[in-house]
Design a protein around this ligand. Structure first.
Ligand code: NAD
Length: 495
């Protein structure tokens, strides 16, 4: 692996509309500073409503008249494979952009880019298996067919925590279905999405099929939600933003895909392999500095082992290497920005005021510039404490003991969210029962954060609507049309 360093000056990106790179209608730029160093690392245009409208027009034109929806799935797949190859070749460059803008460790960032290549390739292949149904069992007179058609122009609104990977879980599926897209990346981490435009351009994605407009959610994102010319919007972000999307869709009944927040439990039974469980729980809570929608933030642990397990876990957590995102040894980098860091530490302080005890961590790491927080474990957390109810989005884990299996499931399900859950036990029956009974779109047994493009992702309850990836990742972006075809002379209603 190469040596990575800060750029001498911020990297300058442009938006991508109708197959052209542009600064758009405003002369304002947004500058992103690396949360791990404080240096200015990237700049892109602060897009405005006019830019969103230009992108919508380009995507509409490409869908209504362009070649993309009419091409065979095989032809679309060829282009998508070419994009995947180009991403693979530029993985280190893309990873560096992502590392500098998000504050995550460079090795993790490059790993995510390589993971995204795999998702693009899966979606390219999956394009060719999207199919409808035929009903030949409706009697002699009628044959029915069910067609899947691309839904049309899709808006894609993405967050800052995994900008490139989350886009990979959506965009190639949208393109595989034959749709066209307008992407609105997070205003803080748009670089890798804009770099991807160059790669799509080279790979032969036709003009207007993908457009990227940078700018604020309340300006550009809201315009996508409000527009009658956008057929569907996929929003990945906080539940607050999801609610705004639902409010906007009340006016135009647009289809929404929503991937929102989580407050995910690790349930650790006394019969688990406790060394494995401690390692998995530490990884699940600290990965991406806890800024991971599916990361575990509640430790629901059997009372008989709670104290010993908490100590074992704390020993692991103290050894996590928090530090410079550009250092290949770093396991956990910086939090997203200063305000977010103070918000995370505020939850810890509030927990302490409400009687919780800090087992390890609990503070900023003071030895360097940047927004670094120690992996933090909190015990004696009273029910109702915000630490247990709200998505903190930082490396903070709250412990809740349980006595019976039923109590464990009740505690795990006592949340407005239902995104993911991890179950740790050697008892296969208990594991399967808990898999059934836990309310979460993704369940892990004796592991956590495992992933693969074959399997669908999404949340229950207030964690979202719809599913991404897998074959459902393409179906999500299609309309289903049923046709009844009469095969016999008509028996007249009016004789
Ligand atoms: P956010 O909700 O603040 O922003 C997400 C995106 O929505 C950004 O691009 C933002 O500009 C845009 N946006 C904000 N207001 C908008 C509006 N009024 N109209 C349209 N767009 C608007 O979220 P964030 O802080 O970037 O990311 C963190 C959140 O994302 C966490 O809650 C996390 O759980 C969630 N998330 C969920 C998943 C999942 O798959 N369920 C994955 C990653 C992140």
């Amino acid at each position: 692996m190469s040596h990575f360093s800060l750029p001498a000056e911020p990297r300058r990106f442009q938006m991508y509309i109708g197959g052209r790179f542009t600064d758009g209608a405003s002369d304002q730029l947004t500058t992103r500073h690396s949360p791990g160093h404080g240096a200015a690392v990237a700049q892109w245009p602060s897009g405005v409503g006019e830019d969103a409208e230009a992108a919508i027009a380009a995507a509409r034109e490409a869908f209504d008249s362009g070649p993309w929806p009419g091409m065979s799935a095989g032809e679309r797949a060829v282009v998508l494979f070419k994009v995947a190859d180009r991403i693979e070749r530029r993985a280190e460059e893309l990873g560096l952009i992502e590392c500098l803008e998000t504050g995550k460790p460079i090795t993790q960032a490059i790993g995510e880019i390589r993971g995204a290549v795999d998702v693009w390739r899966f979606a390219a292949g999956a394009a060719r298996v999207m199919k409808g149904e035929a009903y030949n069992n409706l009697g002699e007179r009628v044959l029915a067919i069910v067609l899947r058609e691309p839904i049309g122009v899709v808006g894609v609104i993405t967050p800052w925590n995994f900008p490139f990977f989350i886009l990979a879980e959506r965009l190639p599926f949208i393109l595989a279905a034959g749709c066209t897209a307008i992407v609105k990346p997070s205003e803080a981490t748009s670089g890798s999405t804009l770099k991807l435009c160059e790669l799509m351009h080279e790979a032969g994605v036709p003009p207007g099929v993908v457009n990227v407009v940078t700018g604020k959610g309340s300006v550009v994102g809201q315009r996508l939600l409000d527009s009658d010319r956008v057929d569907m919007v996929s929003v990945t972000g906080s539940t607050t933003t999801g609610r705004k999307a639902i409010e906007a869709s009340a006016a135009n009944v647009k289809k929404l895909g929503l991937e929102l927040g989580g407050k995910n439990p690790h349930i650790v039974f006394a019969d688990a392999d406790l060394d494995d469980a401690a390692d998995g729980v530490a990884f699940g809570m600290a990965f991406n500095a806890g800024q991971c929608c599916v990361g575990g933030s509640r430790l629901v642990v059997e009372r008989s082992i709670a104290e010993a397990f908490t100590e074992k876990l704390a020993q692991k957590m103290r050894r996590i290497r928090v530090g410079d995102p550009l250092d290949v040894q770093t396991q956990v980098g910086a939090l997203f920005d200063e305000a977010h860091m103070h918000k995370v530490l505020g939850y810890v302080q509030e927990g302490v005021r409400m009687g919780a005890r800090i087992v390890c961590g609990g503070a900023r790491t003071e030895d360097r510039a940047g927004y670094f927080v120690q992996p933090t474990l909190m015990a004696n957390v009273r029910p109702g404490t915000p630490l247990l109810r709200e998505e903190i989005f930082g490396p903070v884990l709250a412990v809740v003991p349980f006595d019976t299996y039923e109590e464990a499931i009740a505690i795990a399900n006592d949340s407005e969210f239902g995104l993911s859950a991890s179950i740790w036990t050697k008892d296969i029956t208990k594991a399967l029962r808990a898999t059934r009974e836990v309310e979460a779109g993704r369940v892990w047994v004796n592991t956590t954060l495992d992933n693969g493009p074959e399997t669908p992702l999404g949340g229950m309850k207030q964690s979202g609507l719809g599913r991404e990836a897998g074959l459902s990742g393409i179906e999500e972006y299609t309309e289903v049309k049923t046709a009844h075809i009469n095969l016999q002379p008509r028996t007249h209603w009016i004789a």
